[in-house]
Design a protein around this ligand. Structure first.
Ligand SMILES: Cc1cc2nc3c(=O)[nH]c(=O)nc-3n(C[C@H](O)[C@H](O)[C@H](O)COP(=O)(O)OP(=O)(O)OC[C@H]3O[C@@H](n4cnc5c(N)ncnc54)[C@H](O)[C@@H]3O)c2cc1C
Ligand code: FES
Length: 276
């Protein structure tokens, strides 16, 4: 019998990790198989409240557990933030195309994240590190508002230590109490793209974060010499079905849920109000 795409599978909440004052990571054990490609998203159901789209932040190579890093924004996310381990949630998906890893092979990879936008990028990074030989240099540039807003603090500091496998640049917008980790600068995330140790003509850039951050990072990357087809952006439009049916997520001619959520800037650059 064909599976009903609107019927979530059950997933047990194993653990909740507090990342910052408004961001938590949820560790889920799906009670049926639900594999995904890095960059694809799923609808997470909070029973009695509703569902919302999130991109797994864990490695797709680990099948038995999935992690989602979620910022409190409204009704579903607030209810999720109150959930305790042992609760049964729902999962639908995976949806969308994810990152085209085959296009990244043999190239330098620059990853630029802002705030909770590091969630899908963490999944991507773990995927790239799993098959490290396929890629040349990997550079992770991450910006948060303050040191207290840095997500995955333990991992991020660990990643800083694994040079030359991975080069990490961290920055915070401000640091009034001088609490930032070793090596972390002060300035907007675009400043981490100054003096890049790679050739933009032979590398690709992947960006995820709030719309304003994606806008200015894209402009900076173009300025550095990246061409639009080598800049990959995660577009988080409001979604409902996830199946290319309801039309909630239309982005000009594209269904964000089906054709995205990852697009090249080449695909998006002529669409008006793309950063709204
Ligand atoms: C493909 C995709 C992947 C995502 N991945 C993550 C993730 O990994 N972690 C994470 O924290 N968030 C992620 N989001 C955003 C997340 O889906 C929204 O924060 C969530 O839907 C809000 O639901 P809510 O019921 O709590 O808020 P609501 O009560 O629906 O809305 C609260 C506020 O958030 C705004 N909002 C609602 N949906 C979205 C949206 N999709 N994007 C931006 N603003 C929205 C509303 O306009 C309103 O101002 C993703 C969104 C998409 C489309
Ligand atoms: S969410 Fe329904 S068409 Fe994309």
């Amino acid at each position: 019998m064909e599976k009903n795409p609107y019927q979530p599978i059950e997933a047990k909440l194993l653990d909740v990790i507090t990342e910052t004052s408004n961001i938590k990571t949820f560790v889920l054990q799906p009670l049926e198989d639900i594999g995904f490609k890095t960059g694809q998203f799923m609808e997470v159901t909070c029973p009695g409240v509703g569902e919302a789209p999130f991109t797994p932040s864990s490695s797709p190579f680990i099948k038995e557990k999935l992690e989602f890093t979620i910022m409190k924004a409204g009704s579903v996310t607030a209810a999720l933030h109150d959930m305790k381990p042992g609760t049964i949630l729902g999962l639908r998906g995976p949806f969308g195309k994810g990152y085209p890893l085959e296009d990244f092979e043999g190239k330098d990879v620059l990853i630029v994240g802002g705030g909770v936008g590091l969630a899908p990028l963490r999944s991507l990074l773990l995927t790239l590190l799993e098959e490290r030989k396929k890629y040349k240099k990997i550079l992770l540039n991450y910006g948060a508002k303050t040191p207290n807003d840095i997500v995955y603090k333990g991992c991020v500091c660990g990643w800083c230590e694994i040079k030359p496998t991975l080069d990490v640049r961290l920055t915070v917008d401000s640091d009034d109490n001088n609490e930032r980790p070793k090596g972390c600068g002060v300035g907007l995330v675009t400043t981490t793209c100054d003096d890049l140790p790679l050739d933009p003509k032979k590398s690709i850039a992947i960006v995820c974060g709030p719309p304003i951050m994606m806008k200015f990072t894209t402009l900076k990357l173009l300025d550095c010499g990246y061409v639009p087809k080598h800049i990959y952006l995660s577009m988080e439009k409001n979604m409902s079905c996830g199946l290319g049916i309801c039309g909630h997520c239309m982005l000009d001619k594209y269904f964000c849920c089906k054709d995205g959520p990852v697009f090249t800037y080449e695909q998006l650059k002529d669409i008006p109000d793309i950063w709204a």
